[in-house]
Design a protein around this ligand. Structure first.
Ligand code: C2O
Ligand code: CU
Ligand code: CU
Length: 474
């Protein structure tokens, strides 16, 4: 029996219709239902040309192209392999990923593997490699040690290249994945269009200050898409916020989400939630049960959220429409099993470092200046850390505006917010840092010395100096 079940497990995993981490189906009813990722929400998977099952070897080309974000609506874009988002890279934890990258743009670029614990030389940051010149190639090669949802994007002129479409998802599966009837990525973004219907050129001081937000809400590069679902069906959404400055506070009236993973992989205990909050760069891995009736519709909304200085949504905006098939409801699936414990990092005796985020306007230069410890990239002194030695940082936001904090290379735990211990432990690489807030984080650099960036993930803020490096010494 077990061997049969395992065979079924690997078959269904191969078909991407769910893993076998917990209990077998509650009834003999075949669990058929629509696959939302066979609809317009489909993102082509990267084509693996290596026959070795533990090596994922792909070709990726950054090139100009047309992006049809809605039927008949096209903009000139920058794409990976011609699509926005770029192909989804799928692997199993422990696999080797080889990316033969060619730059066919008219400007230098790199690829950063956001959240993947790559060696420093493969990180695609300004400190790990010279940018890949137009016409040139670079081979990225690394293993993907952790199961979870990650993404990739350039780390050069981000506010232009990412806004124009250069981003894609990375899905890494582990041994024990929660059971779901369908699974896929929902990469969120927005588009700011000019009067000519094309992506608007870089904006004024206000945009430089608050970051770009566009009125066209996108899921997997599409506006106004519909997601098919069946009553009783369980879908697993791997949500990535690829927007320049858009914060998401997602709600799906009549439904609850079950959060099963954050940036760094599975949470200890799956938790039910009415809302999902994602800052730029963030990921959440959630189960959505089809609790609506056959034939019904539901709308995934982004709820109002003020993130300082008048930025953010003032009214709810529709992101995606769910349409229920007329078929009778499937029996509900059981709550997913807990994952291994997230052990707290021992921080006793570690002297915290203070990292202060701030901003001011340089009136003479007509420029907004974003700072870390009163200096702007590249003039912020490196933090010097050591392999195996725990770091505790107090992230202090001295400004009114929120600055989503991102650390390259290592996952961290949030210890406390404004002195109040964080309820739930998880591994993160990108978190919310509210206006005037103080957040204590802890991380321990593993055996990957080198220069690792940390920065605000609002792309305009990166470009105006809110970035620095931690130098991890052997
Ligand atoms: Cu997605 Cu340096 O970041
Ligand atoms: Cu990153
Ligand atoms: Cu910022």
């Amino acid at each position: 029996m077990p061997s049969n079940r395992h065979l079924l497990c690997s078959l269904s995993a191969a078909l991407l219709v769910g893993g076998c981490g917990d209990a077998p189906p509650t009834s003999a009813t075949p669990r058929t239902g629509p696959d939302p990722w066979a609809s317009v929400l489909r993102v082509a998977p990267a084509v693996d040309r290596n026959p070795d099952p533990r090596i994922v070897e792909i070709d990726l080309e950054a090139r100009f192209g047309e992006w049809e974000y809605a039927p008949g609506r096209r903009v000139r874009a920058m794409t990976y392999n011609g699509s926005v988002p770029g192909p989804t890279i799928e692997a199993r934890a422990g696999d080797t990923v080889v990316v033969h990258f060619t730059n066919r743009l008219d400007q230098p670029t790199t690829i950063h593997w956001h959240g993947v614990r790559v060696p420093a030389s493969m990180d695609g940051s300004p400190h790990s490699q010279p940018p890949v010149a137009p016409g040139a190639s670079f081979e990225y090669r690394f293993t993907v040690p952790d199961a979870g949802t990650f993404w990739y994007h350039p780390h050069v002129t981000e506010s232009v290249q990412m806004e124009r479409g250069l981003y894609g998802a990375i899905v890494v599966r582990g041994e024990h994945e929660p059971r779901a009837d369908a699974e896929g990525v929902l990469v969120l973004d927005d588009l700011l269009l000019g009067a000519d219907g094309q992506i608007a050129p870089t904006g004024d001081l206000v945009e430089q200050h608050t970051g770009r937000e566009g009125a066209v809400a996108l899921v997997n590069g599409r506006a106004g898409a519909e997601l098919p679902i069946r009553a009783g069906q369980r879908q697993r959404w791997r949500v990535v916020n690829a927007g320049s400055a858009r914060f998401y506070r997602l709600a799906l009236p009549g439904h609850r989400f079950t959060v099963v993973g954050t940036d760094g992989g599975p949470v200890e205990t799956p938790r039910a939630s009415d809302e999902l909050f994602l800052v730029p760069g963030d990921r959440l891995d959630v189960l959505v049960d089809g609790t609506g009736d056959p034939g019904a519709t539901a709308v995934l909304q982004n709820l109002p959220y003020a993130r300082g200085h008048g930025a953010g949504l003032t009214e709810a905006s529709d992101i995606l429409r769910l349409r229920y098939a007329p078929d009778p409801a499937l029996p509900a699936l059981a709550t997913p099993a807990p994952s291994p414990r997230v052990e707290p990092l021992a921080t006793a005796g570690v002297a915290p470092r203070t990292v202060t985020f701030n901003e001011h306007i340089d009136r003479d230069a007509e420029r907004v200046v974003f700072t870390i410890n009163d200096a702007s990239y590249p003039d912020v002194p490196d933090v010097v850390a050591r392999v195996g030695v725990t770091e505790v940082w107090d992230l202090v936001n001295a400004s009114e505006m929120e600055h989503p904090f991102h650390l390259h290379g290592f996952f961290f735990q949030v210890v406390s917010r404004n002195g109040a211990p964080e309820g739930e432990r998880s591994w993160e690489d990108t978190i919310q840092l509210r206006g005037k807030e103080r957040v204590r984080i802890a991380f321990r650099p593993d055996e990957r010395p080198g220069h690792w960036m940390y920065h605000c993930h609002i792309l305009e803020h990166v470009e105006h100096g809110m970035m620095a490096t931690v130098r991890v010494e052997p």
